[in-house]
Structure formats: C-alpha cells, structure tokens
Write a new protein. Structure first.
Length: 133
C-alpha cells in the first residue's frame, strides 16, 4: 500500500490510490455525471469544501483524494467500474496485478507487476507471499 499522498518524483498522482487529477476530473465529467445515484453517493462522502467546489465547477476538489480516504477508495472503485472487464477474484493476485497494470496504471504508468506483487498486503488475505515471488 502506498504511504505517499503525492506521487514520488514528478508525477501528479494523489492520495493512497494514486489517482491523477486529470483522471479524477474525467471520471466526473464523462461517467459520474450521467449516473445520478452514483453522483449522490459520492457527494455524500465529500467534505463541505470539496462539495462547494463541485457546485461551482462540476468536479470536486481533487485534493479530496489526499484528505478523504473513503472518497478516494470510492473513486478508485469507480475508475475500475467504468472498465468493461470484470474485476478478478480477490485472492487471484496474478490476475489482480495484471488488471491493475492494464486498467489503472496502464502501459504509460511507471508501475510494474513486480512492484504490485511486492506491495500487495498478502497478510490481509491469508495468502502466502512466497508463491508469488
């Protein structure tokens, strides 16, 4: 799990989920705005300040990704929800890392499948890390 609230190096990614502000804005402008129930659920997670920014701009303040873990995790899930392929089973680490690289980090991102596996919280799932390294 990332402990950085801002991307290391020169990248723009924010929060524990390392979402870029452009991705955050695109999710709101091209997906969430067309799903009123989802929009309401996400806005209920926002701080008053971020919701005020939404009222003016149509997109919440991206800094909410750094300060609001519930909102950040929900936005991460929305990002995956927009993809046509289903999420892999939670205990299929190899499939999860490939899905993450294909649909979240993408070929343009600096993250690697090896890095995903090294940082995966195996203990939370009761899985032996040795079978993956």
């Amino acid at each position: 799990m990332s402990l950085n609230l801002e991307q290391l190096g020169k990248g723009p990614a924010l929060g524990l989920i390392q979402m870029e502000p452009a991705t955050h804005a695109d999710l709101w402008r091209s997906f969430i705005k067309y799903k009123s129930s989802l929009q309401d659920d996400l806005r209920a997670l926002l701080s008053g300040e971020a919701d005020s920014v939404y009222e003016v701009c149509g997109v919440p303040d991206e800094l909410e990704l750094m300060s609001n873990i519930k909102y950040a995790v929900a936005m991460c899930r929305v990002h995956y929800w927009r993809k046509p392929q289903s999420l892999p089973e939670a205990n299929n680490i190899k499939a999860l890392d490939e899905y993450w690289k294909d649909h979240y980090n993408t070929v343009h991102g600096a993250g690697t499948v090896e890095e995903f596996i090294n940082n995966f919280p195996f203990e939370l799932y009761g899985i032996d890390k040795e079978q993956y390294i």
